[in-house]
Design a protein around this ligand. Structure first.
Ligand code: ADP
Ligand code: MG
Length: 238
């Protein structure tokens, strides 16, 4: 579960082509990071995988099946939004339950999944609080909890830590990596932060202007960057 294949995928907005034909293989259980400067197409690529944008051409396969024309809800993937996307008037429990309620999952099953997610994310003691009564890191965990309970084939993260302060970011980075180990589910993670990419990824995809400059493990990219862009991007200080 959780393999994703992009085959000759392109995306244009009007006359502007932001993703030229692109091929990419994401394997089951892999932690894949898309990294590159602002505007290079990371979010667009993630949104194409999620189904939040339609491809202009090309194919997207999820677990070997053609998902190119499927709506987001039918793809079996969960997008983790930044923590500010929580409902402020609902408790943590209700925030996490919301997608399951929408999907018509029975209440006892909802409760089982909430308990599991809360325990995986150390949120058990916070289920009756509202987002306003939580720290930034706790709020981010609730946002992740809302994705976990859908039991997706893959998690898609778009710069989930960008609105946290530096110290919290380091902690959350480790928590997401630990969660990946616990769940062994595919994670696709977008960031413009080289350190996040190097510390979290099994596989890094370096993008520039919609083009994949290099795909490889952090060590591959560090030892044998294919060009100056990759070398500069991976090597440059923050
Ligand atoms: P990143 O996430 O790497 O910062 P994006 O994927 O958001 O980059 O954007 C890639 C390019 O596509 C940018 O030039 C951006 O302006 C353009 N773009 C993204 N979404 C739209 C849209 N809905 N309409 C027009 N242009 C868009
Ligand atoms: Mg973006």
């Amino acid at each position: 579960m959780g393999s994703i294949t992009l085959s000759k995928v392109t995306k244009s907005f009007g006359d502007v082509n932001v993703i030229p034909p692109l091929d990419l293989e994401i394997n089951e259980g892999e932690f894949v990071v898309f990294v590159g400067p602002s505007g290079c197409g990371k979010s667009t690529l993630l949104r194409l995988i999620a189904g939040l944008e339609d491809t202009t051409s090309g194919k997207i396969l999820i677990d070997g099946k053609d998902a190119t024309a499927l709506p987001p809800a039918k793809r079996g993937l969960a997008m983790v939004f930044q923590s500010y996307a929580l409902y402020p008037h609902m408790t943590v429990r209700k925030n996490i339950a919301f997608p399951m309620k929408m999907a018509g999952i029975p209440e006892d099953e909802q409760k089982r999944r909430i308990d599991n997610a809360a325990s995986a994310l150390n949120l058990t003691d916070y289920l009756d609080r509202r987002p306003g009564q939580l720290s930034g890191g706790q709020r981010q965990r609730v946002a992740i909890g809302r994705a976990i309970v859908r039991e997706p084939a893959a998690f898609l993260f778009d710069e989930p830590l960008s609105n946290l302060d530096a110290a919290l970011r380091v902690g959350m980075r480790m928590e997401i990596s630990e969660l990946h180990e616990k769940l062994a589910t595919t994670m696709v993670y977008v960031t413009h932060d080289q350190v996040e990419a190097m510390t979290m990824a099994d596989k890094i995809v370096v993008l520039q202007a919609g083009v994949i400059e290099q795909v490889g493990s952090p060590l591959d990219l560090y030892r044998e960057p294919k060009n100056k862009f990759v070398a500069g991007f991976i090597g440059s200080p923050r």
